[in-house]
Design a protein around this ligand. Structure first.
Ligand SMILES: NC(=O)c1ccc[n+]([C@@H]2O[C@H](COP(=O)([O-])OP(=O)(O)OC[C@H]3O[C@@H](n4cnc5c(N)ncnc54)[C@H](OP(=O)(O)O)[C@@H]3O)[C@@H](O)[C@H]2O)c1
Length: 358
């Protein structure tokens, strides 16, 4: 039986566009139908490299191609709003790179347009769709750690200061919170929902965007202490502590392939518990012990391997949703993307802290 291929159209030819194109190899029935670039040469090079059928540099021609079943927007943050609206108005479903837009009001415009067009739109918050993250969610919903009391996560990767790059450029929608912070904030809200209150502080880079941001989400009986930065490499794991145990999405949690489960006593043990800076030597030694023994001691590792970069799971979710006639993903609804940006804005609307010495 011939399976109909689902043709993706990719806007942008940068780093993430390439990784997404590669991961489509792991999506049954998917193909890259077309790419859009500002330059004819780049579009053609990307087409040749990825095996896409068409290379466009004119956005109207790209969006009029009937064989594009969904558009993946992989351009700098500052372009997400305009390009999403354009695609939606051409009746194309959209998967928009994170963050959905540089601000929550702009993200709300996308949400309203998708509702008006009754067309599918989703932020490409791929981490929510990873098997390890889905497993953590299932464990928690099954009561494996009791009620969540605390989430702690840092996502930091050192970057050399370059005011022209999309990381530090204000015009391109730069800053650590929009590049990295949306991951821990989105994931914390995936487990805890929208907070009652948000607090935090940020430190400025020379260009005026945030170089390091700390965001705390406050719930009636839980707290999420989250941070991100370009100023150093962080431990980059995501720890969820409950009343009867804990689960850690192991580093780097944004592409988690592994999680560790802790009983309450293992969580509180200096040897078996999760260390803030990573597991170091203790973790290495523990990983050599038979799993039956560590499980007996209250610490259990679960592996969720996948090929490629992990961007395939969100693509599968988009295709499944479209097949089911849905206009949003229940795992990453637009309202939740807006809520993340609202939390980021509460912190970034404050004056920055003086940059710490050194
Ligand atoms: N999911 C993830 O893990 C992940 C990782 C990295 C980035 N992202 C997100 O993906 C988006 C793109 O990031 P990236 O790292 O792929 O960036 P990038 O390497 O700079 O690529 C962005 C692409 O957008 C196109 N573009 C159109 N107008 C542009 C403009 N005015 N300035 C610069 N580029 C423009 C360019 O393609 P043409 O020159 O061909 O037009 C460029 O190659 C961002 O929103 C980012 O937050 C997600």
């Amino acid at each position: 039986v011939a399976v109909k291929t689902f043709g993706w159209g990719i806007m942008g030819t940068g780093d993430i566009a390439r990784r997404f194109a590669a991961d489509l190899a792991f999506v049954p029935g998917a193909a890259i139908h077309a790419v859009l670039s500002r330059s004819v040469e780049k579009a053609e090079a990307f087409r040749a490299e990825t095996g896409a059928k068409k290379a466009y540099h004119d956005v109207e021609a790209f969006l009029s191609d009937p064989l594009i079943k969904a558009v993946y927007i992989a351009t700098p943050n500052s372009l997400h709003l305009a390009q999403s609206l354009r695609a939606l108005r051409n009746r194309k479903p959209v998967l928009v790179e994170k963050p959905l837009a540089p601000s929550s009001p702009e993200a709300e415009v996308i949400e309203r347009e998708a509702l008006r067009q009754k067309s599918f739109a989703m932020e490409a918050m791929w981490t929510r769709f990873l098997p390890a993250v889905q497993a953590a969610k299932a464990h928690i919903e099954a009561g494996a750690i009791g009620d969540i009391r605390k989430i702690s996560a840092d996502l930091s990767y050192f970057r050399d200061y370059d005011p022209e790059s999309r990381f530090f450029s204000r015009a391109l929608g730069g800053g650590a919170a929009l590049d990295l912070g949306v991951y821990p904030v989105s994931l914390a809200m995936f487990f805890l929902g929208e907070p009652d209150q948000v607090s935090g502080r940020w430190f400025s880079a020379k260009s005026g965007v945030d170089m390091r941001t700390e965001i705390n989400l406050h719930y009636p009986s839980a707290e999420a202490e989250l941070s991100c930065g370009f100023d150093r490499d962080g431990a980059n794991h995501f720890l969820i502590e409950g009343t009867t145990g804990a689960i850690r999405l192991d580093a780097p949690f944004l592409k988690a392939r592994r999680l560790t489960r802790y009983s309450l006593s293992a969580r509180n043990s200096p040897l078996l518990g999760p260390l803030p800076e990573g597991d170091g030597l203790a973790g290495k030694l523990l990983s050599r012990l038979p799993s039956s023994l560590t499980r007996f001691l209250g610490r259990q590792v679960e592996h969720y391997p996948f090929p490629g970069n992990g961007l395939q799971f969100q693509a599968i979710a988009v295709m499944d949703a479209l097949k089911a006639g849905e206009t949003q993903s229940p795992i990453m609804p637009l309202e939740a993307s807006v809520a993340v940006l609202r939390a980021v804005a509460i912190v970034l609307s404050r004056s920055p802290m003086p940059v710490p010495p050194g």
